[in-house]
Design a protein around this ligand. Sequence first.
Ligand SMILES: C[S@@+](CC[C@H](N)C(=O)[O-])C[C@H]1O[C@@H](n2cnc3c(N)ncnc32)[C@H](O)[C@@H]1O
Length: 193
Amino acid sequence: MIELAPELSIERLDVGELFGRNAPLHVDLGCGDGSFLCELAKQFPEKNFLGIERLSKRVEKARRKAEKIENVRVLRADTSDAVRYLVPENSVETFYLLFPDPWPKRRHQRRRIFTRDFLDSGAAALEHDGLLRVATDQLDYSQQMKRLSRAHPQFEIVDPGDVALPSTKFERKFQEQGASIHRLTLRKVSPVK
Ligand SMILES: C[S@@+](CC[C@H](N)C(=O)[O-])C[C@H]1O[C@@H](n2cnc3c(N)ncnc32)[C@H](O)[C@@H]1O
């Protein structure tokens, strides 16, 4: 976790150095055990895949899975900090925020990751036309995400397109339970002047 002090200046990641090459960057926020990240990286060897996860045991699991895949890196960090302070501006082709912690109780909802601030930093980190792909099993969270997205000048809600993404571990779990899955794809656009 990054400890932020007012006098501390944090350098953004040198993504080229981290991967040993320059390539379109995809970032999986809260990547859990890394299964989705690694499957996707194998599907698209020409792109770089970065996983962000705050729990060290999950980071270790994801790193073990990623060991033999050249285009995957996993960082232990907080999602909001990583998007805001670590990822370079205009550098990300696609963010994935798949089944973020739902915090269903009303008094806990302010802990949810998807906020106006998150969208502001996401917009700064995305390339023009870059995508933010989101999924949740919580209807009210998805409605909240849609409201925030519609109110944001740098995002538009778009059709997800013809992509067959691998399932994530939590997606499989929710599907087994028969839960509905709510998906949202946002595209970064220029703010209207
Ligand atoms: C419900 S799980 C989903 C994991 C994976 N995306 C999937 O769909 O299988 C949420 C994951 O996000 C991680 N997480 C929650 N809040 C986070 C934060 N602020 N920063 C980084 N990771 C976070 C959790 O530790 C957990 O691994």
